[in-house]
Structures are given as C-alpha cells and as structure tokens.
Design a binder for this molecule. Structure first.
Ligand code: GTP
Length: 597
C-alpha cells in the first residue's frame, strides 16, 4: 500500500467516555462488519475472546474509507487506557500519526483525558478533539467544547460532535481523520524497522505480535530479530486485522500496521516497545529507547488453602505468558506459609492479576498489604532494596528513600478544600492549580507512591461524592523518615503484618492493627498479648483474655457418637487455623486484617 493513502490513528479517552462504542460504530460504518445481525454475532464472539484474554478486537483494525475518488486505509490502533500502563500507551501512540481525543459531552474532561492528551502531545501527534454522547439529554456540548478548545488551544467550533451510540457525526469524523492526520513517512529502501506496540498470547497460535512498520519491509518466512534481546525468529504468518486476521502475502511496508506470528509461546520474548528488524539486513539503531517495565508495587500472594500452592504457581506461570510486566518469586511467610512475592506496575495491575487468578484459575487468595520499593542506605554505606516490609534491615539505618509520584486530581471547585486536606494528610506537596472552566479545577501534587496505594482513590471518591478523577505518574524518589512497625503475638512478630510507614503515622498504624486483631483473633486457652513495636520499642498493646475451651462440657454424659462428632468438628476448625507460635489464628483473621486499609 502506498503510504500516502494510509492514516494511522488511535482513540484516547477517559474510562467510560465511549471509546469501544465509537470503535464499533467505525467498524460498522466502514463496512468492515456489514449487516446488523453479523455485527451482533461479531461482538458476541469478541466477548468470549475477551473472557479468554485474547482480545483480538481492536489492537489494530484496518478500515477502508473512501473520500472522493481515493481509497484510503485507516488503521485504528487501540491503547490500553490506564495509568499503570503508561509506558505501553506511549508505545502505541508512537505507532500513530494522530489521535482522536474523545470526551463525554455530559462529563467533560477527566484526569485520564489529560494524562493521555499529554502523552499524545509528547509523541507529536495531531489531535482531533471530539465530544461524544451528544445524544444524551444531559449533554452540554457548548460548555465542554469550550473547555476542550481552551485545553488544546483551538476554537470551540473546531471540536467535532458525535454519538458513538447513534452514529451521528462518525462519517464526518472519518473524513476529518483523512483530511487532517498526516500520512506516515519512512524509508522504503532502508533495513526494516517495526515497532511492537502490543503482544498477546493465544492458546492455539502462541504469541501474536502487533507491529507498525516504520522503515523497510517485513515479509513472510523471513528471519526476524528482536533488537532488545537479539533473539531471532522466523515469521510463520504476517497479516492485517480487518476485523478478522487476513494474511498479507506481500508482507507489510512503510506505514503499515499488522500482526506477525512466530510460534513463540511467551510474550516476554516479544515485548511492547521493542524493535523488529530483519536478520539478513539488520537495522543498526532501534526505534526509541526500549524500557523494561518496572514493578512499582509489591504484595505477597498466598493460597488460602496451603494445598493450592502448586496450582498458584502454575497459574502465575500461565498468566505471565500473557503479561510481560508481572514478576514474582517464591516467598515463605511464618504466618501464611508458602506463597509468592509479586511485583506490579501499579494498583490496578495488581487488582487485575488477583482477579484473574481467582476467576480464571479458581483460586482463593490472601494478599498482603501492598507496599512500594524502598532503597535503604545503612550507616556503613551498604545499600539494600526492600520489596517486602519484613525484610527491612534491623541494623543501623542511615537513610531511606521512597518513590514519589506526580498526581493530578480533577474536581468540581467546591471540593478543593476536601482534596487539599486529604493530600496534605498524605504528605502531598501542592505544585499548582488550574481552572479548566469556572467550576472545574485541576490540582497537582507530588506525593509518595506509598501513600497513594493505601485507599487514596477510595478516600478521594468518598470525599467528592464520586466526582474526582485521579491520575499519577512516577516522579523519582525522596528521602523520608520511615520506620518498620512489627505486630507481635505473644512476643513473636507476625511477618505478614509488618509495615513500613512514616514515623508520624507509626503509632496510629500500631494502635489500629492491635485493636483490629484483638477483635479478629478468638480467645485462646491462655492470655495473648498483641503488641506493635518499632524495633525493640513497644508502641501499642492489647490483650486477648484467656478462656477455658472445653467443647465436651456441652455434652451431658452418655452419647459417645455425638462427642466424637464434636471432636471431629474441632479438628476441622483447627485445619483452617494458622499457628503463630502457640497462638491459633483463623485464616479469616488474616484476610480481614489485611483487606481493609
Ligand atoms: P472502557 O473500555 O471501559 O474504557 O470504556 P469505553 O471508553 O470504551 O466506553 P464504552 O464504549 O464501553 O462506553 C461506556 C458507556 O457509555 C456504555 O454504557 C455505552 O453504552 C455508553 N455510551 C458510549 N457511547 C455513547 C453515546 O454516544 N451515547 C450514549 N448515550 N451512550 C454512550
């Protein structure tokens, strides 16, 4: 295909502003999915695929579109919409020349609208501002067109208005894409260079790699090279998605977007951001700097039933085939037994992984409170990286560094006070504030990542009746006065409950945890002291009083079979108990103590 008739674009939007619905309408209007019944079937099939995690849908769909007498090829490239995957979003943006910035006409600009817009501007994309859902009675197109125009510096009349639901304005939008987004440019005769912008694992076909060719040409049965690893593979199949995979016999040339299959079984061998070139005629320079995804948040994952440990290992192995960013290593906890310490890109990533493990692999899991990565400098100059609070060094600590983020909150202006109070509380530093319109404000803070991962988002929502939206990105590290708080049962530290907290909050954490555990742990045959301590210094204490537990006392004489039953039952109960020293702690107590906050 002649690059002059190609247009590569993506749709960027805040969650729920209607990206998928608009994409579906484009499939229909361009005739890629023809009549109505076929469309319904098509979507159903996609649902199943999505359930199975294959998501062929709109990684990159090729759409034919005619303007005047010219047949154009539009490649619509999907971007993962969330902050945790910023690196991946920025890579998929590199595969485009333009972006449709989609905003819900009843909601206006939200935090991820901004975050994605800034990424698109950094990638030098042509931005097409579009208001969606104009069919809604609550839509305020005039108001939000002004807001959007103000944000990107255009006239309110330049903002297109569409409804992904009814299809109004979508044809005009496609014409606009052709007229305004530049055609790709590249060197057709140069050695091949293609950017991997997505990589998914399919049970039957192995890894499907989505690429955008920048220079040269990639063909079938060609030996290709992954530039970051130096690994070579042969392309077994190369093609485009429209919306079914279609083999491209001539391969892919400059500006083209498609997929390739090499028979590789693990997405880590075909990573987003890497450059593909040809073995026989290799490019010397990769496209952009390739970055390894770096885990930011860690948590221990343990099976509720210790017997499920092998299943958990297998499930993690399988999940990793499809998720290059997930890292894990075996870990043992005195309290929780055998499990894994897992690293995630962020909180959402963590939730997704946990949910997939539970849903797709039918596991029930305990996860320890999430923590960030600390860099500890000892007085003797040694440096320790701590990904698990219980490994916080006990010797003479000189300095501790914690990761910091740049956080952006968007709220109606009436909530400014509430937001500032919350952020101050979380050791935030106000960086600036801008009015997007007279009643909506963008507030910027720098804040420790460790403060954001503890229910910050929930607090934000509950203090603003759900109106606030949040986005954050890594912003280096800072020195902080952090200490490790241990929780001791009968003098013995329970590793799963150790936490690294700011020294001003250590007391509060200790008191709260001790109280919570007093309520959660049943009384034992002996008194159990619960203590919170920093090193050897006890900062809080609670007591669980002793009881004399005698189940047989309830059986008045005689009935031996009933007695046996009761004893059996007691034994059953014990199995679900974890022993911490001499103390029996029910599994539920761990779950409950670790779940809230
Ligand atoms: P995520 O994939 O979750 O980020 O959402 P999305 O941005 O893809 O939004 P999606 O297309 O799933 O739409 C979100 C909701 O808005 C759905 O309930 C849609 O039915 C609805 N919606 C999308 N477009 C329109 C529109 O033009 N008009 C109306 N009335 N509703 C719409």
């Amino acid at each position: 295909t002649d690059p002059a008739v190609i247009r590569n674009f993506c749709i960027i939007a805040h969650i729920d502003h209607g990206k998928s619905t608009l994409a579906d309408r484009m499939l229909q209007i361009t005739g890629v999915v023809d009549d109505r019944s076929m469309r319904a079937q098509y979507l159903d099939r996609m649902d199943i695929e999505r359930e199975r995690g294959i998501t062929i849908k709109s990684q990159a769909v090729r759409l034919p579109w005619k303007v005047g007498e010219t047949d154009y090829v539009l490649n619509m490239i999907d971007t993962p919409g969330h902050v945790d995957f910023t690196y991946e979003v920025s890579r998929s943006l590199q595969a485009c020349e333009g972006a449709i910035l989609l905003v819900d006409a009843a909601q206006g600009i939200e935090a991820q609208t901004l975050a994605n817009l800034y990424l698109a501007m950094n990638a030098d994309l042509t931005i097409i501002p579009v208001l969606n859902k104009i069919d809604l009675p609550a839509a305020q197109p005039e108001k939000y067109a002004a807001e959007l125009a103000h944000l990107i510096g255009c006239e309110p009349e330049d903002v297109l208005k569409v409804s992904g639901k009814t299809g109004v304005g979508v044809r005009e939008l496609l014409d606009h894409v052709v007229a305004n987004i530049p055609a790709p440019v590249g060197q057709a005769e140069a050695p091949a260079r293609a950017l991997i912008f997505d990589s998914v694992y399919d049970t039957y076909r192995g890894v499907i790699t989505y690429v955008r060719v920048m220079d040269g040409h990639l063909g079938k049965r060609e030996r290709i090279l992954m530039m970051s690893t130096g690994a070579a593979h042969e392309t077994l199949e190369i093609g485009v998605i429209s919306p079914e995979p279609k083999i491209a016999d001539k391969g892919l040339g400059v500006g083209e977007v498609g997929y390739l299959i090499t028979g590789v079984k693990d997405v880590r061998q075909s990573r987003v951001g890497d450059t593909v070139t040809s073995v026989t005629r290799s490019a010397t320079e990769a496209l952009g700097g390739y970055e390894h995804p770096k885990p930011m948040v860690f948590s221990g994952l343990y099976p509720v039933d210790g017997d499920d440990y092998p299943e958990l290992r297998e499930a993690l192995d399988k999940l990793q085939l499809n998720d290059a960013a997930l890292v894990y290593e075996p870990e043992t906890s005195a309290a929780l037994g055998f499990g894994f310490r897992c690293g995630f890109l962020g909180l959402l990533h963590m939730e997704i992984v946990r949910e997939r493990l539970e849903r797709e692999f039918n596991l029930s899991l305990i996860s320890t409170a999430p923590n960030v990565v600390y860099r500890v400098i000892m007085e003797d100059g040694k440096e320790v990286t701590v990904t698990n609070p219980s490994e916080f060094p006990t010797g003479k600590v000189d300095k501790v560094f914690e990761p910091v983020t740049k956080a952006t909150v968007l709220v109606p202006s009436e909530f400014i006070g509430a937001i500032m109070e919350l952020c101050q509380n979380r050791r935030g530093n106000l960086q600036g504030m801008d009015y997007l319109s007279e009643d909506r404000v963008e507030i910027r803070y720098t804040m420790p990542l460790g403060e954001i991962i503890f229910d910050f988002f929930d607090q934000l929502k509950s203090r603003t009746r759900g109106y606030a939206s949040l986005d954050y990105e890594p912003f280096g590290e800072q020195e902080a006065e952090l200490v490790k708080v241990d929780i001791l049962l009968q003098g013995e530290a329970v590793d799963a409950f150790s936490a690294i907290v700011h020294k001003d909050k250590a007391y509060g954490y200790g008191v709260e945890m001790a109280k919570k555990l007093r309520e959660l742990i049943p009384r034992q045959q002996f008194e159990v002291p619960i203590q919170a301590a920093i090193g050897a210094r006890v900062i809080a204490r609670e007591n669980i009083r002793a009881i004399r537990k005698d189940v047989l006392a309830k059986c008045y004489g005689g009935d031996i079979s009933r007695k046996r039953k009761l004893l059996e039952k007691q034994k059953e109960g014990k199995k679900r108990m974890k022993m911490v020293g001499r103390v029996e702690v029910p599994q539920e107590a761990f779950v409950a103590a670790l779940s809230t906050e």
